[in-house]
Design a protein around this ligand. Structure first.
Ligand SMILES: Nc1ncnc2c1ncn2[C@@H]1O[C@H](COP(=O)(O)OP(=O)(O)O)[C@@H](O)[C@H]1O
Ligand SMILES: [Mg+2]
Length: 322
């Protein structure tokens, strides 16, 4: 039996001038129905490539899916045709919130026009009923003065307001599975907190399952039951977010967490980390790891259970008691 959402042995690469470059290799990632999974990783880790793979939106012919299965409610999305993904999944059962709300909203149409179009397409409402629904959606995402908001163009809104409109559009689709790709990346910290709270409330209210992508571990703890840490396209730690964050076992996760500085000495703690050459067949984190041993250069550690549901891909961490 597969989980409601489950990735198995996924490997994705890109054709480049130097040949094929592999950017993603995920053995297993599971999300239960109605649950939120936080995926954290630094820039370039492969987070967006994963989101695009799930949606069937990888750039062609540059990207190659070498192998894998992506199950959603008993169906393998990788076996679907472009047409099936377009007519049955994207914007229907699965929806996505991108990191840049400006690129998702169309600058030449008002908020009202953009919402009306989605409401008509998805819920077949016209005229007054359509407008009523639009007002209702803006209230759900807690945008005050909804009537005036409908008249506005995207450039007249703040970043936080735009992201709320995007969330309203995503909810209008009635999707059961939401992928949020760094939805608060371009927002001020205080605005960010408001959007996170909203997403958390809506996820619970609408019982959506969610893949929440972030480059900051702190955000994941707020919204997600489970979390995974992606490093160079591989999951290096996976488990209940509380454990992954509070009792991180992988040296990379520990670095991510202590990289949130409380004072100057903490901020500079990793400034002198010596970066070794990559180990071709070894652990992807070898070059930057302060715990690395000879074995880590020779072969690659796989995710291994360490403490209940918590798994870690590190020979040293797996050996240590928590
Ligand atoms: N169209 C592309 N062609 C070649 N390489 C790409 C392409 N898109 C992404 N990549 C590479 O894939 C890796 C993961 O990128 P991405 O998923 O965007 O990272 P992030 O975790 O920041 O979202 C990066 O090394 C990036 O350079
Ligand atoms: Mg990205």
């Amino acid at each position: 039996m597969t989980e409601y959402f489950e990735i198995k042995n996924l490997a994705v690469g890109f054709h480049t001038f130097e040949g094929v470059r592999d950017v993603l290799r995920i053995e297993s990632l599971r999300i239960k129905r109605g649950e939120t999974y936080g995926l954290v990783g630094e820039s370039g880790a492969g987070k967006t490539v994963l989101a695009l793979t799930i949606l069937g939106l990888l750039p062609k012919p540059a990207a190659i899916v070498h192998s894998g299965e992506i199950w959603l409610d008993g169906q393998d999305l990788l076996k679907k045709t472009d047409r099936q993904m377009y007519t049955q999944y994207r914007g229907k059962r699965i929806t996505m919130i991108f990191q840049d709300p400006m690129s998702t909203l169309n600058p030449v149409f008002t908020v009202g026009q953009q919402l009306a179009r989605v409401i008509e397409a998805q819920q077949h409402l016209k005229g007054q009923a359509n407008t009523q629904k639009a007002l209702e959606m803006l209230e759900i995402v807690k945008l005050p003065d909804a009537g005036r908001m409908l008249e506005k163009y995207p450039h007249e809104l703040s970043g936080g307001q735009r992201q709320r409109i995007i969330i309203a559009i995503a909810l209008t689709c009635g999707a059961e599975f939401l992928i949020a790709d760094e939805p608060t990346r371009n927002l001020d910290v205080t605005i960010q907190a408001g959007i996170l709270k909203l997403m958390d409330e809506l996820q619970q209210e609408f019982k959506m399952s969610m893949l929440f992508i972030a480059n900051n571990v702190g955000l994941v703890n707020v919204v997600c039951k489970n979390a995974g840490i992606l490093y160079r396209g591989k999951l290096v730690e996976d488990g209940p977010s509380e454990k992954v964050i509070r009792r991180a076992r992988h040296p990379y996760t520990q670095t991510l967490i202590s990289a949130i500085p409380r004072d100057k000495s903490e901020a500079l703690k990793f400034a002198n980390t010596v970066i070794k050459p990559d180990a071709e067949h070894g652990c992807p984190y070898y070059a930057r790891c302060t715990l690395a041993e000879d074995a880590c250069a020779a072969s690659e550690p796989m995710l291994e259970a360490v403490d209940g549901a918590q798994k870690v891909a590190c020979f040293v961490a797996a050996r240590r008691q928590p």
